[in-house]
Design a protein around this ligand. Structure first.
Ligand code: HEC
Length: 168
């Protein structure tokens, strides 16, 4: 009795796993860079390299997918990170945002990296993206870079154009 029940449940689970393989989120792979961060800001090669290996999978329009991204339900889970990450910060569309938002994003980048909240811990978990595990030196590099961009903005624009207007 018990085993035949268990067998039915297992068969149902396998069937569900097979069926969901058909549904895959669209991949985040556009290389259009009209509003890319480097069209307005200095992005030195060493900074660019850290952003590419540790941030861009979730914060740009060009994700480099691992093999397991083709397996469901993993693909949904990854896609969720990409969509959520991009809605907060998208280096491929960075300069299309209002100036005050760009300025604020640099501040958040420095903060998130300083507090080791980014890259997302699940991303470097199990050594899946070992290149994204940042050394203290790499963290410093990104923090200093983000702050330098804020200084440059401050020199170029009137102060109130850099202040976020709170809605309502
Ligand atoms: C695996 C995906 C992933 C990677 C890699 C990643 N992020 Fe994020 N990031 C997210 C998600 C999801 C959010 C939104 C939810 C949250 O804040 O946790 C986010 C939010 C942010 C925010 C906005 C935080 C706020 O205050 O709301 C900043 C800034 C940020 N990330 C910077 C970075 C930087 C810089 C890197 C690289 C060093 C990086 N992220 C790497 C997924 C990622």
């Amino acid at each position: 009795m018990f085993f035949s029940m268990l067998k039915k449940i297992l068969i149902a689970l396998v069937a569900i796993l097979l069926i969901i393989q058909v549904f895959r989120p669209e991949k985040n792979i556009s290389d259009i860079n009209t509003y890319g961060i480097a069209t307005k800001y200095q992005v030195p090669a060493d900074v660019d390299q850290v952003l590419k290996s540790a941030c861009n999978d979730c914060h740009s329009n060009l994700t480099s997918y691992p093999w397991y991204a083709d397996i469901q339900p993993v693909a949904w889970w990854l896609d969720n990170h990409v969509q959520e990450g991009k809605s907060e910060l998208n280096f491929s569309e960075f300069t299309s945002r209002p100036l005050a938002v760009q300025n604020h994003k640099f501040e958040e980048i420095a903060e998130m990296v300083e507090e080791k909240e980014m890259p997302l811990p699940s991303y470097t978990w199990l050594g899946l993206h070992s290149n994204a595990k940042l050394s203290d030196q790499q963290r410093r590099l990104i923090i200093d870079w983000a702050k330098a961009q804020m200084d440059t903005l401050k020199e170029q624009y009137p102060p109130d154009s850099l202040v976020l207007k709170r809605r309502g």
